[in-house]
Ligand binder design. Structure first.
Ligand code: ATP
Length: 249
């Protein structure tokens, strides 16, 4: 287990609120993500996951609340935060006419990445796109586009990565590779916040899980902590826990 007690979190969210008209999509959410930690965000369709992630990424302006990345305010220090946190949505539209490698060159130059050429090769190997490096984005499959989105984040070494449904479109081998990659990057210190409906993913790779229901936090902790606080048996899986603590609507 990681020695993270007493270390200030990479991502810190306190009292986040965001409404769309009368609807409170996120209603007072609070959580943190530490260095080297993978936190999973789960909840029913419409529970407020994407709204939370987009608020953290600076794409949505929250109505209330404190959102910080490495102590910097997402709202008031937006540029600094853009150099710290990468957001990868569940479906990304690449530039059709650019090749895979050109995407990475473009992003790498924007972030002034040193020794960019070597870095591009290493990241392409890491995400499994090296063979496709000279292919135009318009010719990539959905899963390959997901990998390209991840590569465009890894190329500049963000401190934290926020992923909305990271396994969408990946084949079984791609799923395994994505899990391994996230784990390895976390071991080297990167912080991850990922939303998913795939409870097996959450159970196998996340250190802590945040369960949201109608914009509110209903649980936050390791699987063992959540089991204990809801008086669930030791063998209860993430799926058992989720079904026990949420009601169908
Ligand atoms: P899913 O699992 O289906 O992706 P989610 O947990 O990501 O859902 P959000 O997309 O954050 O949920 O949506 C939270 C609530 O806010 C939903 O009721 C949704 O209908 C509503 N909502 C989201 N975006 C808007 C918008 N632009 N205008 C109005 N309502 C919105």
């Amino acid at each position: 287990m990681m020695m993270t007690e007493g270390v200030s979190p990479v991502i810190e969210v306190v009292g986040l609120r965001k409404s769309y008209g009368e609807l409170a999509a996120v209603d007072g959410l609070e959580f943190d993500v530490r260095r080297g930690e993978i936190v999973g965000l789960i909840g029913a369709n419409g529970a407020g996951k994407t709204t939370t992630l987009q608020s953290l990424a600076g794409l949505l302006k929250p109505d209330e609340g404190l959102l910080k990345v490495c102590g910097r305010s997402v709202v008031n220090e937006a540029i600094e935060v853009k150099r710290l946190l990468a957001y990868i949505p569940d479906s990304n539209q690449p530039y059709d006419l650019l090749t895979v490698r050109e995407h990475l060159t473009f992003v790498g130059l924007a972030y002034s990445v040193p020794r960019l050429e070597e870095k591009i090769d290493a990241v392409l190997e890491e995400v499994g796109l090296f063979e496709k490096r000279d292919q135009q984005a318009s010719t990539l499959s959905r899963g390959m586009i997901q990998k390209l989105s991840l590569a465009c984040a890894l190329i500049w070494d963000p401190v934290a990565i926020v992923l909305d449904e990271p396994l969408t479109g990946l084949d079984p081998r791609g799923i395994r590779a994505m899990k391994d990659l996230i784990r390895m990057r976390a071991e080297s210190g990167m912080a991850f916040l990922l939303s998913s409906h795939l409870l097996e993913l959450v159970e196998t790779i996340c250190h802590r899980v945040l369960v949201v229901d109608r914009g509110k936090r209903i649980a936050f902790g390791s699987l063992a902590e959540i089991r204990a606080s809801f008086d669930l048996p030791e063998k209860a899986s993430m799926e058992d826990i989720y079904l026990a603590m949420t009601v169908s609507r």
